[in-house]
Ligand binder design. Structure first.
Ligand code: ZN
Length: 293
């Protein structure tokens, strides 16, 4: 399991969340067989989605982050429920790219920056809210920061990181998200900026074995930070046979009739790889039931 911690400064001016998502990104890597650079891109987006999902107050709410940057990884998508449990995929999980000149994985190169970060907030009822911003760098954390600045006018600092071992397994993954609350003033802003100067990468902190609590207190060292709560988070897919049936029906009658000509139709969940098989008889029964309704 991963873990997400929320903390707040004693004066109520700064909120900070930090998460260790190593197990979540490892699970995503196992499911999708992602290469190093795609593990990093997807892992960062999953971690960012978890923060944004966790902030939703609606129990049945969910957040979808979709990055389309025109890079070789194609669309990268992550969904979080309101507890911070996530799932996701990259259209092309097997992209290989040379390291950047600074020795880091070229996430921006894999994602591309010629496109958009789309955010959909589904509240579980009523119309979902959706917004999008042009990508800043395709490095994900900067793009999420920019989303908050442009779409929600909330001053935000986001750091996300994934460290991949030579054998493609995930050494560590996680990040943090800092937001200024209405009680923040110019002094708060300057103090937060001071904390961020010369800060080590979040992966270095995780690799040292620092917990999310320790990351909160270390990063915002100028503030007395109070830990509010801690949540276990996981890679969780909510797919089921009945959901797949609904998706098949939404594809339309003609499509379903064509599928029923095949001896067996296999539908694979994009998020978890679970396979659902349908015989022609089962597809025809679905069609009949839909027509009766
Ligand atoms: Zn699934």
């Amino acid at each position: 399991m991963g873990r997400l911690v929320r903390s707040i400064s004693e004066d109520g001016a700064v909120l900070m969340m930090a998460a260790d998502t190593t197990d979540i990104v490892a699970e995503a890597q196992r499911i999708h067989g992602t290469t190093k650079v795609v593990s990093a891109a997807l892992g960062r987006l999953l971690t960012g989605a978890s923060f944004m999902g966790q902030m939703m107050k609606e129990e049945k709410g969910s957040v979808t982050l979709r990055v389309n940057g025109g890079g070789p990884a194609g669309t990268v998508l992550a969904v979080s429920d309101s507890l911070g449990n996530v799932r996701g995929y990259a259209a092309n999980p097997k992209v290989e790219l040379p390291l950047r000149p600074d020795g880091k994985l070229d996430v921006g190169g894999a994602v591309g920056k010629d496109g958009y970060l789309g955010v959909i907030r589904d509240f579980g009822e009523g119309e979902p809210y959706s917004g999008q911003i042009p990508l800043v760098s395709g490095e994900i954390a900067e793009d999420i920061t920019s989303y908050y600045a442009i779409s929600e006018q909330i001053p935000t600092v986001c750091a996300l990181g994934v460290l991949v071992n030579p054998d493609q397994s995930i050494a560590c993954a996680g990040g943090f998200l800092i937001q200024l609350l209405p009680a923040a003033d110019g002094e708060t802003v300057a103090a937060v900026e001071g904390c961020l100067e010369g800060l080590r990468p979040v992966t270095a902190m995780l690799a040292d074995g620092m917990s999310p609590e320790e990351i909160c207190k270390t990063v915002l060292k100028a503030f007395p930070m109070e830990i509010l709560d801690s949540f276990e988070i996981g890679y969780r897919c909510g797919c089921s046979r009945s959901r797949v049936e609904r998706a098949l029906l939404s594809a339309g009658k003609k499509e379903l009739e064509e599928m029923a000509a095949d001896p067996i139709t296999t539908v694979t969940c994009q998020f978890c790889g679970q396979k659902y098989e349908f015989t022609p008889e089962q597809l025809k029964k679905l069609l009949r039931e839909a027509e009766e309704q």
